[in-house]
Design a protein around this ligand. Structure first.
Ligand SMILES: [Zn+2]
Length: 328
């Protein structure tokens, strides 16, 4: 053993001893120290991971909150955790001076700025390929000026075409433009909980909002649990998840608490670009009508999970009776 090797061994022992002190308050043997750090790593690896993806930033959130306040709160909640989200921009909602300022706030904070079409068309019967393709390209100009513009496209309503031709033609166009699909794995109806909350606020000045927060948190956790289990059953492994939430007042008010609730339930928040690195996001389910959560579509493609799949995967009709019953 030469001097340099000796020093390296000495250094490593010192580090391990320090680690032992740090972990247990006394020096540990090499084996015990390694075991300890392994446990910490395993613990981390065992937590399901999920990223925030937020759709439809808008300068008009209704009469109770302005977009500046919404931006401050949402970016604040993400910033506290040093977390980078993906923002899916629908051009018509931000195509004005304030909209540019809204998007700049996200861009400056390092979040991904992605394409969600210009007019939010539903790519089913009424919308043909030509119209849908032109609308996707029109949104390019909206997101082009931003440093963190990212070539991810999210289909409005998560609808990816109702014929093989439409579906595959548009998938081809995305590839031509260097795009990938910004899939949702955990779909939900946060927008509907927001609609109900806004209706209550319009009817009852100063109405209590906590019950809407609690419903939102329970709903998102429930859907995350459902899609996580479905992914495990379909793919046989844990995937990195992407949660769909919308740029709405309810999330501006409560995103911080949503995030804390997920952590308490065992989830780990990760950056959106890290989530989208998971190879699952390169899958192209051959289903019709195409779309929904990526996990939903992969499950449908196998033909084995029919009793667990409803279409659409998520919608207001599933939440309405539950919210009615709760008097929300
Ligand atoms: Zn949308």
């Amino acid at each position: 053993m030469n001097r340099r090797d000796f020093l390296r061994v000495l250094e490593r022992s010192a580090v391990i001893a320090a680690l032992g002190h740090c972990v247990k308050g006394s020096s540990l043997s090499l084996v015990a120290a390694q075991g300890e750090s392994q446990t910490v790593l395993d613990g981390r690896r065992g937590r399901p991971q999920i990223a925030i993806t937020m759709d439809d930033p808008q300068v008009e959130l209704g009469p109770f909150m302005g977009w500046k306040e919404a931006n401050r709160r949402i970016l604040g909640a993400l910033g506290e955790r040093k977390l980078k989200a993906a923002l899916f921009v629908c051009g018509m909602r931000v195509d004005r001076v304030e909209g540019k300022a809204l998007l700049s706030g996200w861009d400056d904070a390092g979040h991904l700025i992605c394409n969600h079409s210009y007019s939010h068309l539903m790519y089913l019967r009424k919308t043909g390929y030509e119209e849908f393709a032109a609308d996707f390209l029109r949104d390019e100009a909206i997101i082009a000026p931003y440093r963190h513009r990212t070539a991810l496209f999210r289909y409005p309503y998560l609808k990816e075409g109702d014929t093989v031709e439409k579906r595959d033609h548009f998938r081809g166009l995305l590839k031509e433009h260097g795009y990938r699909v910004g899939h949702v794995t955990v779909d939900a109806s946060d927008w509907y909980v927001d609609e109900r909350m806004m209706a209550r606020l319009r009817n009852v000045a100063g109405a209590k909002l906590e019950p809407y927060r609690d419903y939102l948190i329970a709903h998102l956790l429930d859907r995350a649990g459902f899609y996580r289990q479905l992914a495990l059953d379909v793919l046989g492994r844990e995937v990195r998840h992407t949660l769909l939430v919308h740029y709405r007042m309810i999330n501006a008010l409560f995103l911080r608490e949503v995030m804390a609730a997920f952590e308490k339930a065992g989830w780990e928040w990760i950056d959106a670009d890290r989530a989208f690195e998971d190879p699952v996001f390169r899958r192209e389910p051959q289903t019709l009508p195409a779309g929904e959560s990526l996990i939903w579509a992969l499950a449908a493609e196998t033909g084995k999970f029919k009793e667990r799949l409803r279409w659409p995967g998520e919608d207001d009709v599933y939440e309405k009776p539950k919210m009615d019953a709760l008097g929300l």
